[in-house]
Design a protein around this ligand. Structure first.
Ligand code: SF4
Ligand code: SF4
Length: 253
């Protein structure tokens, strides 16, 4: 027993300081895209259809916009830009409560959205019980959501827990583009949850279909059948992006 206690004492406190301190991110972490309006000449190279694998770059008035709900953060648009007008910041706070807020426009300042749903705050301001549904996900979004349950992140300290049954859930977190095989299971899970129930679309696939958009085997994301209350970009979303979004949804940030 003493040996075990000594071991625990020597290990110290392993949970990260987030959200009191910013999360530790790799230098290579591609966060929210930055579009430098002053550099862009409108040459259109980044907007060519063969450049972006998920069709996330659209042109408006000859200038690009990036839909982070579609983006898989591959960096191809930044690589092809001759003016270095596209870059990726270390901004991990990318989750949004509206689909529109996921679109990055040149020169537009980024202001993280605040929750407006008072009903949600009344129910889930202190805790959030989540039933996760992998609706055709590749496993990456699911793995990085699981990471939030580990010692390093310990989402349980915020009252956020994964529950086994939708009967115990406040929220359904969906990953994957919603394959046709998972459609009935997702609908049944949603229907089995007590009302009110909220929906989180986690990852590019769940938001827009991602790389699978247009496939006859899947829908183009959750939105085709359920209205998400939180959209979490990434392929997969970084655990900090997902946790920060959930805490903001709960009005705890
Ligand atoms: S980084 Fe995103 S927007 Fe740019 S090419 Fe890759 S998927 Fe498209
Ligand atoms: S490639 Fe660069 S310069 Fe050309 S339109 Fe895109 S952002 Fe602008």
């Amino acid at each position: 027993m003493l040996k075990a206690l000594k071991g625990r004492f020597e290990q110290g406190f392993r949970t990260g300081k987030f959200p009191d301190a910013p999360p530790m991110l790799s230098d290579r972490f591609p966060g929210r895209p930055v579009l430098e309006a002053a550099r862009c000449t409108g040459c259109g190279a980044c907007m060519r259809t063969e450049v972006c694998p998920s069709g996330a770059v659209a042109g408006k008035d000859g200038r690009p916009e990036i839909d982070t709900g579609k983006c898989i953060f591959c960096g191809a648009c930044a690589e092809i830009c001759p003016e270095k007008a596209i870059g990726f910041s270390q901004e991990y706070r990318m989750a949004a409560m509206t689909r529109r807020a996921l679109v990055v426009r040149p020169g537009e300042p980024y202001i993280p959205e605040r929750p407006t749903n008072r009903e949600f705050l009344r129910f889930c301001g202190r805790s959030l019980k989540i039933r996760q549904v992998s609706a055709g996900g590749c496993g990456a979004c699911e793995l990085d959501f699981n990471v939030l349950g580990t010692l390093a992140w310990d989402m349980g300290r915020f009252g956020i827990q994964i529950v086994a049954s939708p009967r115990h859930a406040d929220c359904i977190l969906v990953t994957g583009p919603v394959s046709r095989n998972m459609l009935v299971a997702l609908k049944k899970t949603y229907d089995a949850a007590p009302r009110p129930v909220w929906v989180i679309a986690s990852g590019a696939c769940a938001i827009s279909g991602g790389l699978y958009a247009g496939s006859p085997e899947c829908l183009g994301g959750v939105e085709e059948i359920l209205k998400p209350d939180l959209y979490v970009p990434g392929c997969p979303p970084h655990p900090a992006t997902l946790l920060e979004g959930m805490l903001r949804l709960m009005n705890r940030r």
